[in-house]
Design a protein around this ligand. Structure first.
Ligand code: PHE
Length: 344
């Protein structure tokens, strides 16, 4: 009997070594410890052995059974441990692997400069307006004191879509639109940023599409002095509080008098350097008092209203402020260029 029990334990050990999964193990458990197991048969056989041997035999059987139960438990624990180990291995994260970098976008430099200019003017009480890029000849030229065949039309090479429509060559048609919209003829202060188009061959300093900000103030007594004060304030905000400005006489059909505005060079402070062509001054925009013809054509009485207008090239401001040396860089969208101005 003893031998048989020993054999049983060895037999189980052999079988355990073949076990591959939890199911195999459960089957073994049923086979050795279940209701129909050899141990049940052995217990039944107990009644046939002499009484004095019964306690010892019973003890041996129980011991073997306990041994087998312990081995099955161990096997189960070992199997669970291996499962957990495998799971950990398969789900392991290699913290030394380089992470996936995510691209953080940024505002285009032109958008940033537009917003900077808008903020300055909004701070002065101006309202920001928009106008269409496909514009009528009437608003782009005629009502700006540029009748058909006016020689000054040649100042701006135009891209016509039809006889009467073109891609706006400047943001000045928004002056006309704003004057006409203001049916109550209230005093007004507006700026309009936007894209403009000219029939230019693109090179380092020319682009067939660029960006302007128009400004217009009309009320009973806006003067050239107000224009000058405004220009000084804007130039100092853009290029530094120490900047000065100067106005040079110029010509635009829609303003009279017209001026070209220079800011003192922010690099040399006005003493002359390569940046300002050794003049101490850098041209930044065109401006002037709204021409009476423009007011009259829009239904305003020039004896009661006067105003000033200005037009600023955003690329020019950005080129000056950030040292961009090719206007085309704004439009080719090379991320290496764009990224340099993140959060400027
Ligand atoms: N529209 C002019 C240009 O594009 C600029 C300008 C605007 C000048 C307003 C005077 C007043 O050159």
């Amino acid at each position: 009997m003893e031998q048989k029990l020993k054999g049983l334990v060895e037999e189980l050990e052999a079988k355990l070594s073949q076990v591959k999964n939890a199911n195999d193990l459960n089957l073994l458990k049923a086979e050795y410890l279940g209701k129909k197991s050899v141990f049940n048969d052995l217990m039944k056989q107990l009644k046939d052995i002499p009484n004095e041997e019964k306690p010892l035999m019973g003890k041996l059987i129980n011991e073997a059974k306990q041994q087998i139960a312990a081995k099955l438990d161990d096997a189960k624990m070992e199997m669970d441990r291996k499962l957990v180990e495998e799971k950990l291995k398969s789900e392991a994260i290699d913290v030394t692997l380089p992470g996936k970098s995510s691209n953080v976008g940024s505002k285009h430099l032109l958008s940033q400069v537009i917003e900077e200019v808008e903020d300055i003017f909004v701070g002065l009480g101006y309202t920001v307006k928009e106008g269409p890029e496909v514009e009528s000849d009437k608003y782009n030229f005629e009502m700006l004191n540029l009748p058909k065949d006016h020689p000054a039309r040649d100042m701006q090479d135009s891209l016509y879509i039809s006889e009467e429509t073109l891609l706006r060559t400047h943001t000045s048609p928004v002056q006309v639109r704003s004057l006409l919209e203001n049916t109550n003829q209230e005093p007004m202060k507006i700026i309009c940023p936007g894209k403009v188009y000219r029939k230019d061959d693109d090179d380092q300093t020319h682009s067939h599409q660029f960006t302007q900000v128009e400004g217009l103030v009309v009320d009973a007594n806006a003067t050239l002095a107000d224009l000058k004060g405004t220009l000084l304030f804007v130039a100092q905000k853009l290029f530094g509080e120490e900047r000065k400005i100067r106005l040079r006489p110029s010509y635009f059909p829609f303003t009279e008098p017209s001026v070209e505005v220079d800011v003192s060079c922010y690099k040399c402070g006005g003493s002359g350097c390569s940046m300002c062509g050794y003049t101490g001054w850098i041209e930044i925009l065109g401006a002037g008092m709204v021409n009476n013809n423009v007011l009259r054509d829009a239904g305003y009485d020039p004896d009661k209203f006067q105003g000033f207008a200005l037009g600023m090239g955003i690329e020019r401001i950005a080129i000056l402020k950030y040292g961009v040396d090719d206007i085309r860089a704004f439009y080719t969208n090379d991320l290496r260029f764009n990224k340099q101005f993140r959060g400027k």
